[in-house]
Write a protein that binds this ligand. Structure first.
Ligand code: PMP
Length: 297
């Protein structure tokens, strides 16, 4: 359950009970997937509650609304403040936050006339992901950059994600590796991807991916730890049987992959550079110092 009778959300100018908030069935968002959203994590930090990169997420939300021509006038500072108030009113610390910008009733295909902001949050009880994922190359391709604003987080894009993710599950895998329309590795249904070979990390360049905030954080961590990292186009065959691989995203954090198309990654996860990066990421979100050679409790 995402909410109960006591859960409070911010909705269109006020704090209301989630169970009582309503949207119009004639909303353009519902019919055409014409809405933009974010996924943000908050963590217990120094005895308080802190969003990880809240400003970056809200800058991206505003960018998404802008390129989709959805009217949206909140500033990043306002959005951050409203989110902390939502968390506070629910007494949430370790939480997942889902802001969404919905459009008013409009059955035409012209741009949104008015928008409504909802900020929903729920407690995050998944803990830090420890299972390793078995992934398959999807038969679906990511939305084409000539047809969509792929760098925006738009609700309608996720129909493609559902197809790819469910196809993987139906075939006995945990998740999908989805290619761009040219056959290069793009990302997963809801996370970016890295693989490691001979001491170098590789990830798909911007252009046909949602450029994740976690992906940018991982690149920063690599630079801080002097781990070579390259953004380049590659095919699934370059990744199959590599030393290690992982997905990264706000919700996923850093998730180890065990195999791609049933070909296992070579290294023991705990012996890989990717594992060190996973530990460093964990420290970063919790604002704890990270030292190499030292396991995070
Ligand atoms: N790609 C897709 C398709 C996603 O849905 C997400 C999750 N927002 C990501 C990548 C990772 O983005 P971020 O690190 O900003 O959460």
């Amino acid at each position: 359950m995402y909410y109960n009778e006591n859960t409070i959300i911010y909705f269109n100018g006020q704090f209301v009970k989630a169970a009582e908030a309503k949207i119009d069935l004639y909303s353009q968002s519902l019919h055409y997937g014409y809405a933009v959203f974010e996924g943000i994590r908050s963590y217990p930090v120094n005895g308080g509650t802190k969003m990880f990169k809240g400003n970056e997420h809200y800058d991206r939300l505003r960018h998404s609304a802008e390129v989709m021509k959805i009217p949206f006038s909140y500033s990043t500072d306002q959005l951050v403040e409203l989110t902390y108030e939502t968390l506070d009113r629910n007494n949430f610390t370790d939480a997942y936050i889902r802001p969404i910008v919905l459009c008013s009733p409009n059955m035409s295909l012209s741009k949104g006339k008015e928008s409504y902001l909802a900020i929903q949050a729920w407690e995050w009880t998944n803990g830090y992901m420890s299972n390793k994922m078995k992934i398959m190359t999807s038969t679906y391709r990511r939305p084409n950059a000539d047809a969509f604003h792929v760098d925006a987080k738009v609700s309608g894009h996720y129909v493609n994600s559902i197809l790819a993710c469910q196809e993987a599950k139906d075939n006995g895998f945990d998740e999908a590796l989805v290619l761009d329309s040219n056959g290069f590795v793009a990302e997963s249904s809801g996370a970016n991807i890295f693989y490691e070979n001979d001491g170098v990390l590789y990830t798909a360049p911007k252009g046909n991916i949602l450029p994740g905030i976690t992906r940018a954080t991982i690149i920063d961590i690599c630079n801080e730890l002097s781990i070579p990292v390259e953004e380049k186009l590659f095919t699934p065959s370059a990744m199959r049987g590599a030393d290690a691989g992982f997905f990264c995203g706000t919700a996923a954090e850093v998730v180890a992959l065990s195999s791609l198309d049933n070909v296992p990654f070579k290294k023991n996860w705990e012996d890989s550079l990717s594992y060190i990066i996973q530990q460093a990421y964990k420290c970063k979100v919790l604002e704890k110092p990270f030292r190499l050679e030292q396991e995070v409790a």
